[in-house]
Each structure stands twice: as structure tokens, then as C-alpha cells.
Ligand binder design. Structure first.
Ligand code: IMP
Ligand code: MG
Length: 189
């Protein structure tokens, strides 16, 4: 079975073209925001979901920067957050004296990003800001101060462009809504 066969049945929420438009716009906004600061900039992406977004986004930021990743988990294999965040991998570099931009693929309840903000905030960075490709504003349980956001979406479980269901669909080039039927098929894999 080809991924394209499965994805042809999914309803596309955000196309490849729209993703590209968002990364270009965010790249410009981020460049403008950090352009006049003398301190270095470090981008911290969240694995694995934001890997594709971060890879595209940093090439649209016209500034010298460093890149690091954390891996956090809260979902396990479900479509609902467990509410408890676990650090699987911390950043390698020190962020002391630097501007840090945390980059998330999607903010749902906000619990993961809130946890990450607290984790990095205690490390003597000059500033800590947040960027995401997608957010589901109706679901936020905590007030998450996101400075750079691609798109606000309604409360759907979405896959593609890094986002997964049970580890699948990350390589879909667009963002699609995971329907019940496709979810059941994925449960069999
Ligand atoms: P939060 O802690 O509820 O904000 O969830 C954040 C994390 O859950 C994101 O980084 C994603 O990895 C995952 N997540 C939330 N919503 C979705 C979705 O619709 N599709 C796939 N993953 C999601
Ligand atoms: Mg994530």
C-alpha cells in the first residue's frame, strides 16, 4: 500500500503551498525580530514532530543561528495527551547569554510547551520566545505566550509534515485530518 493511496482519502487541512507560505512569513518575522540583538540566537526544536518544520523554517531565517533539539513525550500512542510530560532528550548546548526560540510543530493543550518553557527559562538565556506551525486555541489549558504562529486550526487530530499518529504519516507533505477509518487502518500496523 502506498502512502499516496492512503492520503488521497484524507481531507487536506493545510496544503504544501500553505505550509511554504507560513514558513516564509515566519522566517521574515523572526529575522526582523532578532535582527538588532547583539547576542547569539539558538533555535530549539522539539523532536520528532517539529523536525521537518524546523528544517524548512531555519532556511528562511536570514540570521546566524545555532540549532538544537529536545525530545519530550506526553501522548504515547494515543490521540489525547496523557497530561504528564517526560524528557527523552535534553539540549546539548548551554543557552546562557543567548536568545532562545523554542519551536513546536503543534500546540494542543499547551502542556508540552509550558513544560519546555519552564525547563529552558531556568538556564540564564537572555530571552525565551516560542514559535509553532499550528495551534488549537480552543484546547489551550494554560496561557501560552506564542510570539510566532503559522496557523490556528480547529480541534482536529491532524497528521503529516512531521506530525504523526502512532509514529505514522510524518512523511506526508501536507497536513491532513486523520479520520476514523484511516486511524483504524493505522491501528493495524
Ligand atoms: P500539548 O501538550 O497538548 O500541547 O501537545 C503537544 C504535542 O502533542 C505536540 O508537540 C504534538 O507532538 C502532539 N500533538 C498535539 N496535537 C496533535 C495532532 O493533532 N496531531 C499530531 N500530534 C499532535
Ligand atoms: Mg511535538
Amino acid at each position: 500500500m502506498r502512502l499516496s493511496q492512503i492520503s488521497s482519502e484524507l481531507s487536506i487541512l493545510i496544503s504544501e503551498q500553505q505550509i511554504q507560505e507560513a514558513t516564509e512569513r515566519l522566517g521574515r518575522e523572526i529575522t526582523q525580530y532578532y535582527a538588532n540583538f547583539p547576542e547569539p540566537l539558538t533555535i530549539v526544536g522539539t523532536l520528532k514532530g517539529s523536525a521537518l518544520f524546523v528544517a524548512d523554517l531555519i532556511r528562511k531565517i536570514d540570521l546566524p543561528l545555532r540549532l538544537d533539539f529536545v525530545e519530550l513525550s506526553s501522548y504515547g500512542n494515543d490521540v489525547h495527551t496523557s497530561g504528564t510530560v517526560k524528557i527523552n532528550k535534553d539540549i546539548k548546548s548551554s543557552v546562557k547569554g543567548q536568545h532562545v526560540l523554542l519551536v513546536e510543530d503543534i500546540i494542543d493543550t499547551g502542556i508540552t510547551f509550558d513544560f519546555l518553557l519552564n525547563l529552558i527559562s531556568g538556564r540564564e538565556a537572555v530571552s525565551v520566545e516560542m514559535a509553532c506551525l499550528l495551534r488549537k486555541p480552543e484546547k489551550h489549558r494554560t496561557g501560552i505566550p506564542v510570539r510566532f504562529c503559522g496557523y490556528e486550526i480547529e480541534d482536529h487530530f491532524v497528521v503529516g509534515y512531521g506530525l504523526d499518529y502512532r509514529g505514522l504519516f510524518r512523511n506526508l507533505p501536507c497536513i491532513a485530518i486523520l479520520d476514523e477509518e484511516t486511524r483504524k487502518q493505522a491501528d493495524l500496523r
